[in-house]
Design a protein. Structure first.
Ligand SMILES: [Zn+2]
Length: 56
């Protein structure tokens, strides 16, 4: 997995400043992970939105 981006955000559970990172998991999916100093880990997997062209 490749870290695409990292930075600081607030923990969604306790609102402490935490580090987040986006990991490229391949197959057009990104994992967003927040690790807070209290041990809360929040992660969600998102699919990279590829523009879909819908024919009218
Ligand atoms: Zn937390």
């Amino acid at each position: 997995m490749v870290t695409v981006e990292r930075g600081r955000t607030r923990c969604p559970r306790c609102m402490k400043m935490s580090e987040y990172q986006f990991l490229d998991r391949g197959n057009d999916t990104l994992e967003y992970e927040v690790r807070c100093p209290d041990g809360h880990v929040h992660s969600e997997v998102t699919t990279i939105s590829t523009p879909t062209i819908t024919a009218a």
